[in-house]
Design a protein around this ligand. Structure first.
Ligand SMILES: Nc1ncnc2c1ncn2[C@@H]1O[C@H](COP(=O)(O)OP(=O)(O)O)[C@@H](O)[C@H]1O
Ligand SMILES: O=C(OP(=O)(O)O)[C@H](O)COP(=O)(O)O
Length: 401
């Protein structure tokens, strides 16, 4: 099980008049018109920011959005400013960059309790490389470092890890603390049977964690884009569905391991297929082994929903990461919505339900069931890595308590 490093506390820091560099995860989904389709991560960042404002700090917010390669206007953080300002009750200033003279001037002009949002830190390739010179430049803007970006804590990047080396104190924000307390706490001694539901599209990231989940869970449900790699490994025809060819052997060995460990590995038995990746695609339900050429699987089918629901009824703790299908298109949202409803129902009966991952959370929000779950995590990959027993670099870099 993941051991939690005891991180330095924000409440003990001297904050009055101090410039505080706060790494937040404002990587929220935006539609084609740059409207925020789910603001969970922005709302989750508010308590720490308000605390700092209330204690007279000059708050410098830093985040990434998406995975831009260099400066890419569509990944600007500017569209987030109105919602952030509304939630904080102040006018948040937007910087056009995240380092440099202009930013320094804006920070210098910031009043105590003021808030500035730096532009997408991933516009610099040095961010993901964790370049020390770049981290130093970020650090030079501030006196104190607060990491509240739980969703990005599994990345050793300049703004999540490197910067902590140059600022003292470097402490966890309230969201980070809450996530660590809950996720580590709840799964250290889970009520059994313990189930994980893993879906989504980040196949290569998630297929790896399935292995470590096999050592902890009694049941493992798979959905979303990764199931086709498992189908193909079994010799099924998968049409043009998402497949990671280089993970076929791994999929086979995971199925064997599940069997050897006595874990029930449940793959959908039927899928909803589409003739193109679009909201208005033609669709039909077929058995999992019979996806025709030219068609792609975009959701789990009704028989799978039924059998997943029945098996979930037998569990006491459930961790869910990644949607069951392309829920952004109504035609392919049924599987994800059914799982969300099932978990909400089970929460009401005392089952512990933990949801992780930007898109899974968005899906739960979309059906209005977020407040029914035991815990909604703001990190998908980060919560999975914690479950894998890994230490998160963004947490390790912080001062010891
Ligand atoms: N069968 C599928 N084929 C392609 N994409 C899928 C499929 N099922 C789900 N997805 C996509 O996966 C995305 C979420 O994946 P991911 O980022 O891994 O989840 P999370 O953010 O919850 O961790 C969603 O945008 C969804 O449309
Ligand atoms: O959305 C995120 O991860 P998640 O989808 O695993 O929750 C985080 O903001 C990290 O983003 P990244 O996976 O591009 O490093």
């Amino acid at each position: 099980m993941a051991t939690k490093k005891s991180v330095g506390a924000l409440k003990e820091a001297d904050l009055k008049g101090k410039k505080v560099f706060v790494r937040v995860d404002l990587n929220v989904p935006l539609d084609d018109n740059f409207n925020i389709t789910d603001d969970t991560r922005i709302r989750a960042a508010v308590p720490t920011i308000k605390y700092l404002m209330g204690h007279g700090s000059k708050v410098i917010l830093s985040s990434h959005l998406g995975r831009p390669k260099g400066v890419t206007p569509k990944y600007s953080l500017k569209p987030l400013v109105p919602r952030l300002s509304e939630l904080l009750g102040v006018e948040v200033k937007m910087a056009n960059d995240c380092i440099g003279e202009e930013v320094e001037k804006m920070v210098a002009a910031l009043p105590d309790g003021g808030v500035i949002l730096l532009e997408n830190v991933r516009f610099y390739k040095e961010e993901e490389k964790n370049d020390p010179e770049f981290a130093k430049k970020l650090a030079s803007l501030a006196d104190i470092y607060v990491n509240d970006a739980f969703g990005t804590a599994h990345r050793a990047h300049a703004s999540t890890e490197g910067v902590a080396k140059f600022l003292k104190p470097s402490v966890a924000g309230f969201l980070m603390q809450k996530e660590l307390d809950y996720l580590v706490g709840a799964v250290a001694n889970p009520k059994k049977p313990f189930a994980a539901i893993v879906g989504g599209s980040k196949v290569s990231t998630k297929i790896g964690v399935i292995e470590s989940l096999l050592a902890k869970v009694d049941l493992l449900f798979l959905g979303g884009g990764m199931i086709f790699t498992f189908y193909k490994a079994q010799g099924y025809k998968v049409g043009s569905s998402l497949v990671e060819e280089d993970k076929l052997d791994l999929a086979t060995s995971l199925m064997e391991k599940a069997k050897a460990k006595g874990v029930s590995l449940l793959l959908p038995t039927d899928v909803v297929i589409a003739d193109k990746f679009a909201a208005d695609a033609n669709s039909k339900v077929v058995p999992a082994a019979e996806i025709p050429d030219g068609w792609m699987g975009l959701d789990i089918g009704p028989d799978s929903i039924k059998s997943f629901s029945e098996s979930l009824d037998t569990t006491q703790t459930i961790i869910w990461n990644g949607p069951m299908g392309v829920f952004e298109f109504d035609k392919f949202a049924a599987g994800t919505e059914a799982v969300a409803k099932k978990l909400a129902e089970l929460s009401g009966k005392g089952v512990t339900t933990i949801i992780g991952g930007g898109d899974s959370v968005a899906a739960v929000e979309k059906v209005g069931l977020a407040d029914k779950m035991s815990h909604i995590s703001t990190g998908g990959g980060a919560s999975l890595e914690l479950l894998e027993g890994k230490q998160l670099p963004g947490v390790l870099a912080l001062d010891d308590a």
